[in-house]
Design a protein around this ligand. Structure first.
Ligand code: SF4
Length: 298
C-alpha cells in the first residue's frame, strides 16, 4: 500500500512535525458578493459569514492559532494557512502586509493561500513571486471538477481554461499549487471523477486535496437532496472512487486530504461522514485490503 501522505511529505521536507495555523485575510468571495453571483456555489454555506470581516492583525491571529495546537506542538514549525473564502480577492497592497507578517514569523515554514483561479491578477502574482523568494508558498485552487456541465450545475463560475492559465502563471511565479477535487458531485460517475483526477495529475500541480461532497443545511444542494434530486455517495462508493483517483495520480503528487472536514453542525448528509476519524480508519483499511498504490494505473 502506498500513497504520498501530507504528513510523510512534511516530515521529509521540513525535518519534523509541521502544523497548520488557520488565518483569515478578511476577504469575501466574488461568487457571493455579486461580482459573479450572489448565490455562491450550490454546496457552499455562505449565509451571513460572507460579509467582509474585520480581522485581527495577523500576529495576533498567529498567536491565537498557536495556542490551539500548543498542547501537541512543542517547538513545532507551522504552515500559515489563509483558509476562508477567496484570500486573494483584495488589492495586493491590502494583502501584502498580511501575507508578509505571516511568512516572516520565524516558526512559519511555509505560507498557504486558498483562493479561486479567477482571482489572480498580475499584481497578486507579483506579490506571490515576492513571497516565494522568502519561503515556500502554496496556492490552493478549488477546481472540484473538469466537467463543464458539473461546473455549471454547482455554479463554480469560471471555465477550465481559467484554471489552466492560473496554474501556469502560479508556477512561473514560483508557487506550488494544490488542487481541490470534490468526489460525489451531482450527476458525476466514477469515470467522470477519475477523468478529473487524471487531469489534475497532469496539470502541473504539486498536491491535491480530495473531498467528499457534503450536503449542508441551508444550501441549494440541501434543497436538491431533500427533494430527492441529489443522492450522496455511500461510504463504500466514496472509498472506491477515492482509490480510483489515487491510482491515476502520479506517485510524487502529495495527497493533502483523503476526505473533507464538513461543518458538522450543518451536516445534513451523508451522515456517515460525520465521524472523520472513523472514516479515515475505514479508508486506510480498504487501502490495505486492496493494496492501493498511488499512480498504479498510469
Ligand atoms: S465554495 Fe468557495 S468559491 Fe464557491 S461560493 Fe463558497 S467561498 Fe465562494
Amino acid at each position: 500500500m502506498y500513497y504520498r501522505s501530507l504528513s510523510a511529505y512534511l516530515r521529509q521536507r521540513f525535518g519534523g512535525k509541521v502544523y497548520k495555523l488557520a488565518l483569515s485575510a478578511g476577504c469575501t468571495c466574488p461568487n457571493r458578493d455579486g461580482l459573479l453571483d450572489t448565490r455562491g456555489c450550490t454546496f457552499c454555506l455562505g449565509s451571513g459569514e460572507f460579509a467582509a470581516s474585520a480581522v485581527l492583525p495577523v500576529a495576533e491571529q498567529l498567536e491565537q492559532a498557536r495556542r490551539l495546537v500548543a498542547f501537541k506542538a512543542k517547538n513545532a514549525r507551522y504552515i500559515a494557512y489563509f483558509q476562508d473564502h477567496t484570500n486573494t480577492y483584495a488589492p495586493a497592497g491590502t494583502l501584502r502586509p498580511l501575507f508578509l507578517a505571516a511568512i516572516q514569523a520565524p516558526d512559519v515554514a511555509a505560507l498557504s493561500i486558498a483562493t479561486r483561479p479567477d482571482c489572480l491578477p498580475e499584481e497578486i502574482l507579483a506579490l506571490i513571486a515576492e513571497l516565494a523568494q522568502i519561503k515556500p508558498v502554496w496556492i490552493e485552487l478549488g477546481l472540484q471538477t473538469i466537467h463543464a456541465r458539473t461546473a455549471e450545475a454547482i455554479r463554480r463560475g469560471y471555465p477550465l481554461s481559467v484554471f489552466e492559465d492560473a496554474v501556469a502563471r502560479l508556477r512561473q511565479a514560483g508557487a506550488e499549487v494544490i488542487v481541490h477535487q470534490i468526489l460525489g458531485l451531482p450527476g458525476e460517475t466514477e469515470a467522470d471523477m477519475a477523468a478529473t483526477a487524471r487531469y489534475i495529475g497532469r496539470c502541473g500541480a504539486q498536491g491535491v486535496k480530495l473531498h467528499l461532497l457534503h450536503v449542508l443545511r441551508g444550501t441549494d444542494l440541501a434543497a436538491d437532496y431533500l427533494a430527492g434530486r441529489y443522492v450522496p455517495l455511500t461510504q463504500d462508493a466514496y472509498i472506491t472512487c477515492l482509490e480510483h483517483c489515487l491510482r491515476l495520480l502520479p506517485p510524487e503528487m502529495v495527497i493533502h486530504r483523503l476526505t473533507g472536514d464538513g461543518a458538522k453542525r450543518a451536516l445534513l448528509a451523508p451522515l456517515w461522514s460525520a465521524d472523520k476519524k472513523r472514516v479515515l480508519q475505514q479508508i486506510r483499511l480498504r487501502f490495505q485490503q486492496d493494496d492501493l498504490v498511488q499512480g498504479s494505473l498510469l
